[in-house]
Design a protein around this ligand. Sequence first.
Ligand code: PMV
Length: 363
Amino acid sequence: MTENDFLPKPYTTTVENGAVSWQSPSNIALIKYWGKYGEQLPQNPSISFTLDACHTKTTLRFSKKNTPGSNYDFEVFFEGVKSESFAPKIEKFFNRVETYLPFLKHYRFEIHTENTFPHSSGIASSASGMSALALCLTEVAQMFTTEKLSSEMFLRKASFLARLGSGSACRSLEGPLVVWGAHPKISTASNLFGTVFPFEVHPVFQSYQDTILLVDKGEKQVSSTVGHNLMHNHPYAKQRFRQANDNMEKLIPILKSGDLNGFISIVENEALSLHAMMMTSMPYFILMKPNTLEIINRIWKFREQTGSKVCFTLDAGANVHVLYPISEKEQVDHFITNELQSFCQNGNYIIDHTGLGATRIEI
Ligand code: PMV
């Protein structure tokens, strides 16, 4: 498929006003997307677990303007309160997707959005937020035509649009494992949108647990836009993109067989490689905090002492995602409360697990 496949046919129906609502989950990458080209296209393939408890609910209200203006007309309400801080990101998003959603300047929008996770938790809400908004807009677009998209094409279009809002958002529509970015061994994978991992997945990975330790709830030190751009002249970029491709190839049989040791080594290698890229860019950053390292060392020690299959991954920040099979839930819960919780800011953490993706909300 190409970008052109997402251009709409001429609209045949008019709608005065309406409202739609979607709920989208966050996701945590096992193989990391870090580095992009063109319009939000990834330099390497990535794969993520779709989460469940951490999600965004968005309701989009729209009403036809008397005359279409030259500007986008929208207001954002975050948790019931009008918010200006999201406006620049949404404006940029509308600009990028207008070719595919040519009704945007003909309507006024109210975007009502809320997260289940605390806004200042350091958990990126852009993936779940952009996914939910893209799903709402895709549903609105369907109202202007009698030719409805198949459910597969609907999700593809919404994922394609979500990607233009925030790259990793295109992996936040389906679950439990979503791939984004072309890979020679995954013929269904595309740089344009996320798709469900197409091969057999061992049951152990269908109910994986993710406890997110909130080490630092502050504003991100480096925005992901700045971070991705730092890969442009990065001395190790080429090698890193090759490594991600190799790791993806190795992960395919691991996900099938349920090889937890293989899983751990790839997932931790990816997390540390992501941070290594930031430490070796110009300018350079250390996004881990002393407590991040303390947690990593405790996880390694616990694994050595108990034979547990608990492991960690990191986003572009100091928080730690603790990943483990559901069979170890009780043991790892104890370990977290006894040994890791004290390294979290105000003792805060979020218990999550893999989920099946976005859902439409009846309003
Ligand atoms: O979607 P963005 O542009 O916020 O980038 C996300 C990058 C990572 O979260 C660090 C990795 C990933 O693949 O999700």
